[in-house]
Ligand binder design. Structure first.
Ligand SMILES: [Zn+2]
Ligand SMILES: [Zn+2]
Length: 244
């Protein structure tokens, strides 16, 4: 079953299970070695790139060459189109993403308050809205913990970035994320003040996230995880009012 080309070579294909176990590197030349399913893990097997259908490279036969038992390593990426095979780490993520992005959401350890407002939206594919709701929840968590501080001049309830700058200020904070004694602690407070302000800037405008689709939902997950981190910081933060 070996048909050498004009150059005296014949590229065999490799059969691999979806989890990356090599079945055979002699897929064409020795059909008896083929398996529909992996004997090690039970997963389905393939011998072509799922994206471009190019054969996965197995043994390269050379006419008159010494019969060698060289074991060809299982490639991680397709040599033709460059896409990761399903068994490579990024390939696995792509498979989940394409089939069910909600699976990715579920395996992340998202703060329960953020989960409450974003899960249903994310599951239904409303990624921009899920981010919007998560950021809004951060604003409300901060408001709830600090008793809804007001602007001294106007008497209006503080909101958005202004609220965050006030609440996490280094000199007169309402919430302290550490003891604020050393320079390092003060710098950390200042850093989170900026992160909180940044997380809620532009939140009033959902168009800020209108570019998020299924193609870049990594971004949506990153935004949501970011707000999840901030929600945890709000949990841990101490209220300065309690100290008085
Ligand atoms: Zn397997
Ligand atoms: Zn390919």
């Amino acid at each position: 079953m070996i048909h050498y080309g004009h150059d005296g070579r014949f590229q065999d294909t490799m059969q691999v299970c979806l989890n990356g176990h090599k079945i055979t590197q002699y897929h064409i030349s020795n059909p008896r070695l083929r398996r529909n399913f992996c004997e090690e893990c039970g997963a389905e097997t393939i011998h072509r790139c799922p994206n471009c259908q190019e054969g996965i490279k197995g043994k390269l036969w050379v006419r008159g060459g010494v019969a060698s038992v060289y074991s060809v390593p299982v490639p991680k990426f397709c040599h033709k189109c460059g896409k990761p095979y399903p068994w490579s780490k990024s390939g696995k993520v792509e498979v989940i993403k394409a089939s069910n992005p909600y699976e990715l959401y579920k395996i992340l350890d998202i703060h329960p308050e953020i989960k409450k407002v974003s899960e249903k939206l994310f599951r239904n594919g409303h990624y921009a809205e899920a981010i919007f709701a998560s950021s809004k929840r951060i604003i409300n968590l901060v408001k709830e913990k600090t008793g809804r501080p007001k602007d001294k001049k106007s008497g209006k309830e503080l909101d958005g970035a202004k609220l965050m700058r006030k609440v996490f200020s280094v000199t007169h904070p309402k919430l302290k994320i550490n003891e604020l004694r050393t320079d390092t602690e003060k710098t950390e407070q200042q850093g989170f003040q900026s992160l909180f302000a940044g997380a809620v800037m532009g939140v009033r405008d959902p168009k800020a996230h209108s570019d998020i689709t299924l193609d870049n939902l990594d971004k949506a997950l990153e935004y949501i995880m970011f707000t999840s981190l901030l929600a945890r910081k709000v949990d841990e933060a101490k209220r300065t009012e309690d100290e008085k």
